[in-house]
Design a protein around this ligand. Structure first.
Ligand SMILES: NC(=O)c1ccc[n+]([C@@H]2O[C@H](COP(=O)([O-])OP(=O)(O)OC[C@H]3O[C@@H](n4cnc5c(N)ncnc54)[C@H](O)[C@@H]3O)[C@@H](O)[C@H]2O)c1
Length: 307
């Protein structure tokens, strides 16, 4: 498998490193900055004898080197700075996402595109529009990250291993994130039996603001270890054709009463991209929140034509 990672900044380079370490395929790392992807690829390759992996990575500034990619991960674009919302990036990053999709798709017409650039839901829609690819082959990474953050915060609160915690968030990557308390478990027991309503609300609020918490601490740039782990998880499901159930920004066609908009929903990911959107048993409040998130994204996507 050939996996192109566009953008060699913090998210792109750490994603590329994780993909190579896991032996998921030949990785092509690309950026507009000359020397950056080449230097990073060389540095990663030089670690191969110590870490123990096949050094299958190239760095380039030339899209010809990305031809024939099976998966394309788009991380090119500006990250948030303290005080910024993800939506503040819309104008700046729309041009970048449009340009990279136009350049990468002619050589890789059968690729699956995973968008990471923010604002996530709107950039995923834009990538789908510009590529013209079938919508099941254009998806966005947010739900795996938000769910991981929530799982970690629950584990930290209860003093248990994060591996014992299952939880999922849907909706948008931002204010309209939709946590699913009834689906969350700790050591197999329902989370709602273990913590009270006030604790749940606190955990959700921290998850919703988790990106901003890290931006505030870093002062410059945004998170990349958990984001790159999440993007790599999605690549792995595709490359290994696992059909794993993951929360992903995907194109809806009537599921949950939502149609023709990108929003975070549980999907089965496999070699062809989204093989199924899974309809969980949501209650009325959860459904209303998911539909509201979808309508918020739809409105913002309409604004894209003015950018
Ligand atoms: N979806 C998520 O959950 C999530 C999580 C973290 C970060 N992000 C987003 O990912 C993006 C990247 O974050 P980062 O921390 O890596 O930023 P960064 O500034 O470290 O890296 C961005 C890279 O993109 C490159 N770039 C810019 N224009 C390009 C172009 N036209 N072609 C190729 N490369 C180009 C830059 O040169 C830079 O190397 C941001 O938009 C950030 O908000 C999303």
């Amino acid at each position: 498998m050939r996996i192109t990672v566009i953008g060699s900044g913090f998210v792109g380079q750490s994603t590329a490193m994780r993909l190579v370490h896991r032996g998921l395929g030949e990785v092509v790392l690309i950026d507009i900055i000359e020397g950056l992807p080449q230097g990073l690829a060389l540095d990663i390759k030089e670690s191969s004898p110590v870490v123990g992996f096949e050094p299958t990575i190239v760095g380039t500034n030339d899209y010809a080197d990305t031809a024939g990619s099976d998966v394309v991960v788009i991380t090119a674009g500006f990250p948030r700075q303290p005080g910024m919302s993800r939506m503040d990036l819309l104008g700046k990053n729309a041009g970048i996402v449009r340009s990279v999709v136009e350049q990468v798709t002619p050589g890789s017409p059968n690729a699956i595109i995973i968008v990471v650039t923010n604002p996530l839901d709107e950039m995923t829609y834009l990538a789908a529009e510009v590529s013209g690819f079938p919508k099941e082959r254009v998806i966005g990474m947010a739900g795996v990250l938000d769910s991981a953050r929530l799982r970690f915060f629950i584990a930290e609160e209860l003093g248990v291993s994060p591996l014992e915690v299952e939880a999922m968030t849907l909706g948008s990557h931002g204010e309209a994130m939709v946590p699913l308390p009834r689906q969350a478990t700790v050591g197999g027991k329902p989370l709602t039996d273990i913590v009270d309503e006030a604790a749940l609300e606190r955990l959700y609020a921290r998850t919703r603001d988790a990106g901003a918490e890290i931006v505030g601490l870093l002062k410059k740039g945004s998170a990349y270890y958990a984001p790159s782990a999440s993007a790599s998880k999605m690549v792995e499901a595709i490359v290994r054709d696992t059909g794993e159930l993951l929360p992903v920004c995907a194109w809806t066609s009537g599921q949950y009463g939502i149609r023709d908009v990108y929003v975070g929903v549980p999907v089965r990911l496999s070699r062809g991209g989204v093989s199924e959107i899974v309809e969980l048993d949501l209650n009325d409040d959860e459904l209303a929140a998911l539909r509201a998130a979808a309508e918020g994204i739809r409105a913002k996507c309409a604004d894209l034509s003015d950018v």
